[in-house]
Design a protein around this ligand. Sequence first.
Ligand code: HEM
Ligand SMILES: *[C@@H]1O[C@H](CO)[C@@H](O)[C@H](O)[C@H]1NC(C)=O
Ligand SMILES: *[C@@H]1O[C@H](CO)[C@@H](O)[C@H](O)[C@H]1NC(C)=O
Ligand SMILES: *[C@@H]1O[C@H](CO)[C@@H](O)[C@H](O)[C@H]1NC(C)=O
Ligand SMILES: *[C@@H]1O[C@H](CO)[C@@H](O)[C@H](O)[C@H]1NC(C)=O
Length: 480
Amino acid sequence: MFPLVVSLIAIAIISLTHWLFRWWNPKCNGTLPPGSMGWPLIGETLQFFAPNTTFDISPFVKQRMKRFGPVFKTSLVGRPIIVSADPELSHIIFQQEGQTFQSWYPDTFTEIFGKENVGSLHGFMYKYLKNMVLSLFGPESLKKMLPEVEDTVLRQLNQWSELDTVEIKDATASMIFNLTAKKLISHDAENSPENLRESFVAFIKGLISFPLNIPGTAYHKCLQGRNKAMKMLKKMLQERRMMPRKQNTDFFDYVLIELAKEGTPLTEGIALDLMFVLLFASFETTSLALTVALKYLSDYPLVLQTLTEEHEAILKRRENPDSHLKWSEYKSMTFTFQFINETVRMANIVPGIFRKALRDVSYKGYTIPAGWGVMVCPPAVHLNPARYENPLDFNPWRWEGGEINGASKHFMAFGGGMRFCVGTDFTKVQMAVFLHCLVTKYRWNPVKGGNIVRTPGLQFPDGFHIQLAKKQNLSNDSPS
Ligand code: HEM
Ligand SMILES: *[C@@H]1O[C@H](CO)[C@@H](O)[C@H](O)[C@H]1NC(C)=O
Ligand SMILES: *[C@@H]1O[C@H](CO)[C@@H](O)[C@H](O)[C@H]1NC(C)=O
Ligand SMILES: *[C@@H]1O[C@H](CO)[C@@H](O)[C@H](O)[C@H]1NC(C)=O
Ligand SMILES: *[C@@H]1O[C@H](CO)[C@@H](O)[C@H](O)[C@H]1NC(C)=O
């Protein structure tokens, strides 16, 4: 008996040692990039999620870049991962989508966004969905949307100015959600008994969080929200199916027509997952960008002045100052677009873009093994002092003259390559129209909040409260 126990223990110890050795020294046909695999199983997950309040590159990435260089290995949420803070490698990763690299997101994402969400689809199905989305958020569609966006924004601003203070993160999120929901599913938030947006609240927190599904965790709340939202979307789709509408105008109509086609690759599950992703992607990201924009406008008077002058000039050039924004006017907002680029550069709303290596990939003497995850790190690229002088200075003028233009290797707030964000133009329209209405008709004072936390997803833990007031004399007013 005794020798048996001893040998069992010995075998256990040997296996454990072997396993630990493998954990710290993963197999690789070549040389792995430097870096640490952290603790067994949890790896460096805790360090990765540690909150910080900086606009700079997260301490997790910054410290490792200093120690190991811009390409390093780690282990996050139970997966071996190569982090790329290197513009060159990141560019290659985007360009090789579907060949040596493929879109891949941690299991938390797939649980929350659904197993059939666009990010998890590849090849034919992916292209099919992408075209579907582009038909909705492409330039033609946006042109038609312009007056609708302007009316909504003006109505909102007017409502907010009647309040003592308004918390701008939540208020813009609500506005954009209602706008997108109307566009996608004709969901009239103001006259609907059910509150669809409620299920989306506190989402970013749970999205990039520790995947612990027990009551009380952000992840758990997030999953519950998803279930609730999916139930509502499903019910709405069914109602629409029973009562088709004469004019086919929204995304629901489009989906039902596609579903009825013979041999369609679309399924109801895919359509619902897509709807969910679009609703989420549109309001949470854009409202964060707008809140960051307002924060910088409050802190940089010269930027606010320049922006205001650009938009007042648009009004002055018009015959009727009260007419709607025209597409040509939108296109003429040069400084506004510089301002938006600078805002999303600094905001770094997406702290990591995930891929998987399909084959062994060599880069500068290192090997990224097949099957490993890869995380492209946009903040490292956007805050690279070699490319952006004084990277932590908010300076929209750095975008002047096109020196950085087209240099997508150094600007990846909206991703890159084939999976470039389909909502980019939609976001820009919403931001530009909002800024136009805001700076021409209103002035504001920050009241409280405005502090950021990154976990590593961007959040405003106590919001950003402002006091909004109508400008008295529109034509002669200069911002001060
Ligand atoms: C400031 C606002 C936004 C930012 C910073 C942003 C950022 C990004 C990034 C970095 C990606 C690439 C993900 C990857 O490569 O895996 C992406 C993809 C995507 N975005 Fe956005 N986005 C924004 C607004 C929007 C809006 C308004 C929509 C909705 C219409 C949207 C819908 C999507 C979709 C559906 C994808 C997936 C595309 C794919 O997998 O090919 N985004 N976004
Ligand atoms: C490792 O590389 C050698 C030679 O390049 C190749 O023959 C072998 O199949 C590779 N092994 C794996 C697991 O990729
Ligand atoms: C941010 O990270 C730095 C470096 O790790 C740390 O010293 C600091 O306490 C962190 N700040 C916050 C607010 O967590
Ligand atoms: C959006 O709709 C909700 C109802 O679901 C409403 O309470 C809220 O005021 C609307 N938000 C805006 C900004 O119009
Ligand atoms: C903003 O960045 C994009 C991507 O690099 C670029 O194509 C565009 O020209 C920039 N806009 C301005 C106004 O510089």
